[in-house]
Each structure stands twice: as C-alpha cells, then as structure tokens.
Design a binder for this molecule. Structure first.
Ligand code: PLP
Length: 485
C-alpha cells in the first residue's frame, strides 16, 4: 500500500468508524450470533492474492459487526465500561503509523520520555504520592492491563522480600505468602501462579459487611504466618472491587504491611481514575502507604484498551526483578545509567507507544473534561440508586460510591430468587436495548449496572430503570400465574 493509497483508505476507515459511532446506539448491544457463526461466514482458505480494500471494509459490516457486543453503546451497562474516544483512537493510529518499539530509551527516546511525563501528570492529577513521581525513587509506566500490573508488582515484591536475591535464588516458594480478600480480582491469584508460588501461598482475608478487607483479620493472619516461619510478601488491597466496588481501607492496611515488611499493592483498576475528581479522592485515603498502584485509563477514562497506569514507589525493586541486559541491547545511554529503559519494568521486551493516546486524550479533554466525564457517570449512577432505593421491587447494595449500582430484585415468596434474577437479566439482554451483567453477593445473584460509556445519558439510565421495572413486573406476574395453575 503506497502512502497515497493509505491516505485514501485511511480516510475511508475513519469515515467507517465515525459512522459506526453515529449508529452504534441503534444496534442490539449484545451480539446475537451463535458459536461458529462468525467463522462460518469466512472463507476456509486464506486469500492467495490481494483483495480490493472495499471488500475488506464490506466484510467488516457483513462478518464482524454482527459478531460484536457493542461496548461503546449507550445502553452498555455490563462489567465495567471500556471507554474509547476520538483522541484515543487517533493517538493509537499515530502510534501504529510510527511503528516504533519503545523497549529501551535509545530505541525511541520520545516514547520513553513522553510516557514518563504523562504518567507524572496523571500521578499529580490523581493525587498520588510524591514517591511515585519519576523525579523521586519511583515512577510510572503504561502496562498492558491491570492483570499485567498485578503480576509485575508481585515480582517486584518477591525481589524485595528476597533481599534482592531473586536473580540467583528467589524466595522459597513454600515460605512466601500473599494476602488478598475473596473480592480481590482473580488476576492476583493468576499472578501468584505465574510467579511459581502455587495457590497455597494465597491467604484469603475476611471481609466486613461492606465487602472490604478486614484489617484486623489481615493483621491476625500475618502474625500467625510470621510466627510459623512464613514470609508475607505482598498484600493486594483493592479500591473498587470488580463485583461491587468495595474499597479496602488503605490507611489501616498500610501500617500492617509496613510492620511485616510486606509490599502493599493497590489494585484500583476501575475506580482509581475517579481520583481525578477531588471530592472522590477520599476513597483512596492512605494511598501514601502503597508500594505500587494500578488503574486503567482503558476502563473509565476515555482511553481505548490498553492503557493501564502503573506506578511504583521504588523503581529499583521492579527493575531488580526484571532487568536483564543481553549484549544485543547494550547501548551507551543504558550503560551510563542516565535513562529509563521500560523493558525492565514489564514482562515483554517490545512495547507500543501507548503514551500517545493518553497524551492526545488528556490534551483534547483537559483534566476538566475528564473530571466532567467521571462526575457525570457517578451522578447518573447515584440517581439510579436513588430510584431503586425508593422502590419496593429492588434492594440496593450499599455502599455504591462510584458509578456501579448493584441491585437485588425482590421476588414473591416461593420463587427461586436467583433463577428469577437471572431470568430477568437474560430478558433484558435479549431485548437488545441494554446490556447488564451479574455477580453474587453472599451467595445470591445480584444485577450490576455499571454506568460509564461516554454516550450514556440520563435518558439511557431512565430507560434501563424502566426496563428493569417492567421486566420485574412481567416476571412476577408470570410466577404468580404459574403458582395459581
Ligand atoms: N483488577 C480489578 C479490580 C478489576 O476490576 C479488573 C477488571 O475488571 C482487573 C484487575 C483486570 O483488568 P485488566 O483487564 O486491565 O487486566
């Protein structure tokens, strides 16, 4: 493809995306294809000769779009949002067009330095500790995901716990312990497995009535483990758990970690970006205790996947765990020790220029625009919670500090509540106007309504509420009719 052909087809692709965004609200949110449908629409043999670009674009509409669940749909209330935006896509496009590898400073100095700078900006905007800034002992990096961030945090913690000896010996896997709660994201247990510790290393700390980690229980477990000769390596505290956005009390957990020399990793994958709004920052009180912190701009901050913002207070622990310098990567800047080589802060060697999209997003919206987006989602979610709280058909799980509302429908006695709740969920999702997901709390099925797509307005939240109420009434009447038979 020549530059001129690229210009022509590039314009077509941008038009296609703009048209997609303009019409996404009219499509069914959840894909209706059956397993195998997408593959059945594709030729069995790969193309032997090049094809006209128009045919490729045509197949986007014919094959791909029907097989999509539309995460940018204004009726998307499932999981957590996965925002994208114009400036994010354009930043990614430039990154793809430049095609640079930012593994070492020398391989593209702008890739490293822009990333350091943008991460310092975000540390300031989120009110994160000074220790996370690149001017101190720490620093930030864009990781591919919070799952990846959780893994590198654990590797750094293991390195520190071994007195810097992971390179030669490592921590004895049978002696290392990692503390989570039952509400911690599963990626932390996956990280434990990848690190070779085995699931026996995981200590599941009790939670309180709000599903937040109980610091008294944490302290007791750590004391017990230390008395038995274990090494507490890392505590993963979550700000905004995946199921219900529970917040583990950092201010109470921090001193316990410090007492036992354990690394405090804060997983704020979804909720962390909300700290850009000063009045929401109180949720993260005690973040100064953190050794590392992760939050995803690719969930709720108008930036497309992948854009995990990850910071460490002591970058030497991270690079100590991950740096290897083979001859073929040697260069004068690295040897002089005057630059940061981000390959030593992550698992892969190669890395895309992801800071570009963050830079574009931040400059397009400004901090003010990002705050307005977060505030808008929170306000809509709080309104929904108020409507549901005043309605006898639903119980609202408390607390709901951000933009996720968890609802438990009430059903007539004699009805299997979980079956009824899941039937209501399927009915709503089959309707195509909205998409919700569920979780369980205390063993009971709960509906999650996560507000945060940039296109979602008050009218869409009113609509999901109406559909919930209508669906509830219809099912309750159906159950009553069945009981009467
Ligand atoms: N941690 C928490 C608390 C999450 O809620 C999630 C995803 O929802 C993750 C980690 C994993 O995020 P990622 O997809 O960035 O790996």
């Amino acid at each position: 493809m020549t530059p001129e052909q690229f210009r022509q087809h590039g314009h077509e692709v941008v038009d296609w995306i703009a048209d997609y965004w303009a019409r996404v609200g009219s499509l069914p949110v959840r894909s209706t294809v059956a397993p195998g449908d997408v593959r059945a629409a594709l030729p069995t043999a790969p193309p032997e000769r090049g094809e006209p670009f128009a045919d490729v674009l045509g197949d986007l509409d014919r094959v791909v779009v029907p097989g999509l669940t539309h995460w940018q749909h204004p009726g998307f209330f499932g999981y957590f949002p996965a925002n994208t935006s114009g400036p994010s896509v354009l930043g990614d496009l430039v990154s793809a067009g430049l095609g640079v590898q930012g593994m070492s400073w020398v391989t593209s100095p702008a890739a490293t330095e822009l990333e350091q700078h943008v991460l310092d900006w975000f540390a300031e905007l989120l009110g994160l500790p000074q220790s996370f800034r690149s001017s101190g002992t720490g620093g930030g990096i864009v990781q591919d995901s919070s799952s990846g961030a959780n893994l590198v945090a654990l590797l750094a913690a293991l390195h520190r716990a071994s007195g810097g000896a992971t390179v030669r010996r490592g921590v004895e896997p049978e002696r290392a312990t990692v503390y989570v709660s039952a509400e911690t994201h599963s990626s932390m247990e996956k990280a434990v497995r990848i690190a070779g510790l085995g699931s026996d290393a995981v200590r599941i700390v009790e939670v309180d009535g709000d599903l937040a980690m109980n610091p008294v229980a944490l302290a007791a477990r750590m004391e017990r483990d230390v008395a038995r000769g274990y090494t507490p390596v890392l505590v993963c505290a979550t700000v905004g758990t995946t199921s219900t956005t529970a917040v583990d009390p950092l201010a109470a957990i921090g001193p316990i970690c410090q007492k036992h020399g354990a690394w405090l990793h804060v997983d704020a994958a979804y909720a962390g970006v909300s700290a850009i709004v000063p009045e929401l920052r109180g949720l993260q009180d005690g973040v100064d205790w953190a050794d590392s912190y992760t939050t995803d701009a690719h969930k709720w901050l108008l930036t497309g996947f992948d854009a995990t913002l990850f910071w460490v207070a002591d970058r030497a622990a991270l690079t100590g765990a991950l740096a290897i310098l083979p001859e073929y990567l040697r260069n004068a800047a690295t040897d002089a020790g005057t630059v940061v080589d981000f390959r030593d802060w992550q698992v892969p060697l190669g890395r895309r220029f992801r800071a570009l999209k963050l830079w574009f997003v931040l400059r397009w919206y400004g901090a003010e625009g990002l705050r307005a987006h977060i505030r808008g989602s929170v306000a809509l979610a709080q309104e929904l919670a108020a409507w549901a709280g005043a309605d006898e058909r639903f119980d609202v799980l408390r607390p709901h500090p951000l933009s996720l509302v968890c609802l438990t429908p009430r059903w007539p006695s004699g009805v299997d509540a979980d079956v009824a709740t899941m039937t209501l969920l399927e009915r709503l999702n089959d309707g195509g106007e909205v998409f919700l997901t569920h979780t369980t709390v205390g063993g009971r099925a709960v509906l999650r309504v996560a507000v945060g797509a940039p296109t979602t307005t008050r009218a869409h939240v009113e609509r999901v509420w109406t559909l919930l109420c209508e669906g509830h009434d219809w099912l309750a009447a159906d159950f009553a009719a069945q009981a009467a038979e």
